[in-house]
Ligand binder design. Sequence first.
Ligand SMILES: C[S@@+](CC[C@H](N)C(=O)[O-])C[C@H]1O[C@@H](n2cnc3c(N)ncnc32)[C@H](O)[C@@H]1O
Length: 210
Amino acid sequence: MEVGPRGVRYYDLFMDVISLGYYPFLIKKVVDKMDIQPGESILDLGSGTGRNDCFIAQKIGPEGKVLGLDISKEMLSLSRKRCRPYPNVSFTEERIEAPLTYQDEFDRVFISFVLHGFEDHQKIKIISNAYQALKPGGVFCIFDYNEFDLGKLWFPLRQAFIRGECQLALEFLKLDLKGMLSKQGFTGLEEELFLKGHLRLLKAAKWQCC
Ligand SMILES: C[S@@+](CC[C@H](N)C(=O)[O-])C[C@H]1O[C@@H](n2cnc3c(N)ncnc32)[C@H](O)[C@@H]1O
C-alpha cells in the first residue's frame, strides 16, 4: 500500500478534507490514549508524513526518541522536514514486513493506518517484528479500522469506503486481529474506540516475566 509522489504531497490535506478537519484532533486523541511517558522510545511503522511523530515527540520530551520506518522516499523526505524541530525524531527507509533487526529496544511500537493494507502472512511478519523490537512489557499500539459490518454503514460512507479502499481493507473489517496478536505472544489486550466504534486503537503488551 504505497502512496505515490503526488499522493504524498497531498496526503495530510486529503485526510483533513475527508474527515472534515477532524483528523488532526483524532490523531492527538489517539496519541493521548497511548499513555506515552517522557523519556520513552517509540518505533513508528509506516510513519508517512511524520505528523503523528511530531505529536509523539511532544509527549516523550528531549530524553525520549522516535524512529519512523517507511519505504517511500517522498514520505521520508517530508517527515524529516516536518520533524526538524525535534532532533530526537529520526526516520529510515525500511520495509516493515521484512526481517527487522531491532531487539528489545522500544517501549512502544506504533502503527497507524498501515496494517490493513497487507496480506495476512505479511501482517504476521509485521506483528512479529513489533514483538521482537519491544522491550519486555512494552506495548504495541495499532490504530486502524475496527471490525464492523460494512453493510450497516450509512450508504454514502459505505460507497466511499468501497471505492476508496483496497480489497485487503474490506477483508480487514472481518479479521480477528486480537486472535492474531495473541498467537504471536501478545497479552493484556486493551482497546479504545473512535468514530462510533469504526476505528480502534488496540494495545497489546509483550510478555514480561514477573
Ligand atoms: C496510509 S499511510 C499512513 C501514514 C501514517 N502512519 C499515518 O497514520 O498518517 C501508509 C504509509 O505506510 C507506508 N508503507 C506502505 N508499505 C510499507 C512497507 N512495506 N514498509 C514500510 N512502510 C510502508 C507508506 O509509504 C505510507 O507512508
